[in-house]
Ligand binder design. Sequence first.
Ligand SMILES: *[C@@H]1O[C@H](CO)[C@@H](O)[C@H](O)[C@H]1NC(C)=O
Ligand SMILES: *[C@@H]1O[C@H](CO)[C@@H](O)[C@H](O)[C@H]1NC(C)=O
Length: 310
Amino acid sequence: MASVIVVVLAVVYLFIPAVVCTEDLWKLECQPTVGIAAQTTDIRCSIRCPIKCSGHIELVGVALTKVKQEKPVFEHIINETPSGDPRFSLVNPVKDPSLQLSDTVFSDEGEYEYYVATNMGEKTERLSISVIAKYRDPVTNSWPESVTDGGPVDLYCNASDGYPAGTIHWFDKSENNLTINSIMTKSIKDTNGSKSVALSSKLPFKSIHSILAPFRCVVFNSKFVKEGEKTFQIMLKWGSEQEHSNTRNIVAGVMVIGSLTAGLLFALLFCRRRSVQNVRQASAQPILSDYDPGKTADPDLETGTETGTD
Ligand SMILES: *[C@@H]1O[C@H](CO)[C@@H](O)[C@H](O)[C@H]1NC(C)=O
Ligand SMILES: *[C@@H]1O[C@H](CO)[C@@H](O)[C@H](O)[C@H]1NC(C)=O
């Protein structure tokens, strides 16, 4: 009896893969692709099917067609020479429908239909490709180049050759966010389908204080991902008379403000004490003069309201 069951199970087990796979249970799945201009882009697709099935599926051919176009941009029948755009290739021509695209350009952006034929049927999936370009490392300068402490200056942070438009943020030495005071300029270039944006951010100061330095500018791409940053010092005109007098002025200012504040606090404290005493005296007198031994008055209540017993 037991041996019969084993035989039956073995037969069923042998047939399961064939049954499952021919039942057209597999799926083609492609992830949205973000390519970087001039780099190689991976277009990840996969065949999803029950574990027993996956070992049996083999690619027969693939074709990638841009939506609304007739002719595929890439076609590869396995064991034949691929045709179409030679920048496309299958990563693993037997098992994996994923594609690679070298030297990605902006005109690769768009919606595609991906047709995959296997020994167990065929499928078509939509996939999208978008293309971005990374910003170069930011470059910074100040105008004027050498700065007088307390004097005016414009700080610049520029990042070029990125796409789409990103943004630049500013911080001082103590990580204070100075972005709100900055002025952003974005210049968009489009030369033969190669799009790029040059970002330039100006941080103007009417009166800069060297204690805020070094400054840091951070470049974000259009998806708000940090792409680069630069920390930079301002070049001070050291030894200038103005420099020293400014420092002296600041120190003197701090001392004056400090003593004023202390004096004010003292005065406040003194007045408060006086008024508290006055209130105490004022509230104590009526209670004492209206004192009636027949009534129980709550001495804490300045209004003199009576509290009933029980
Ligand atoms: C950044 O761009 C501004 C405005 O175009 C320019 O005045 C400045 O010199 C540039 N700075 C650098 C370091 O390229
Ligand atoms: C800095 O300020 C800018 C504009 O005011 C804001 O968009 C940004 O989120 C701030 N960044 C941080 C890190 O607080």
